[in-house]
Design a protein around this ligand. Structure first.
Ligand SMILES: [Zn+2]
Length: 119
């Protein structure tokens, strides 16, 4: 089977495991892949930072209760958080960095701030 450079499509001659016709194509291929990966990571980081900022603004004193609609109004995205913390009683806090929230029912959330990093 004829092999082609995966960047430019030039026919490849030589080693069978060759993927590129030269260093130029290898570099531009790898750069493009990294750029796409960074774009994806940046988009998620933006969402996480926005979530964190929303929680921080709604919780200036370190403890607050907030309605789900309020969070949604601000643009909070529930699918994005950095980690979970399960208490011995089985409650699951979700965190966006140090800002956390706990579903307390009736579409309400208890907001908390964590001072220390926990594994
Ligand atoms: Zn090429």
């Amino acid at each position: 089977m004829e092999k082609k450079c995966i960047e430019c499509g030039t026919k490849l001659i030589g080693r069978r495991d060759k993927k590129f016709c030269g260093d130029g194509c290898r570099a531009s291929y790898n750069n493009r892949m990294n750029r796409d990966a960074n774009k994806f990571v940046n988009r998620i980081n933006r969402i996480l930072r926005k979530n964190r900022r929303i929680l921080e603004e709604l919780n200036p004193d370190g403890k607050a209760t907030v309605h789900r609609d309020r969070l949604l109004e601000e643009g909070f995205k529930f699918s994005y958080y950095t980690n979970e913390y399960r208490t011995k009683a089985g409650k699951v806090y979700k965190f966006c960095y140090e800002q956390g929230y706990l579903d307390i029912g009736n579409k309400k959330y208890a907001l908390v701030v964590r001072k220390e990093y926990v594994e």
